[in-house]
Design a protein around this ligand. Sequence first.
Ligand SMILES: [Zn+2]
Length: 94
Amino acid sequence: MFIGGHGYSHKWLNAIGEEEKKFESEKTYQFLESLGVDKVMMTMCYPYGGYDQKLIDIIRESGYKCGLSTDKGIAKLTSEARFKLTRIDTNEII
Ligand SMILES: [Zn+2]
């Protein structure tokens, strides 16, 4: 089992201002810490798939290691793509 962040208030993180992005990032991080999640395993799964470059900059600075989008595709495991990880919905696999 793996536990990652999904925002503190479950908001569209690309639709809020910088200060609120920082708040969401920090509170989510603190929550994950309180659960005992190791610092090297901090991840963010963007609620509704909403993210932008400012959010990525903020969560990277906060110590997150990667971010999961709702963009479809096989994830590229590269340093530059790690905050825009794509996924495949199991409901779409026939
Ligand atoms: Zn959600």
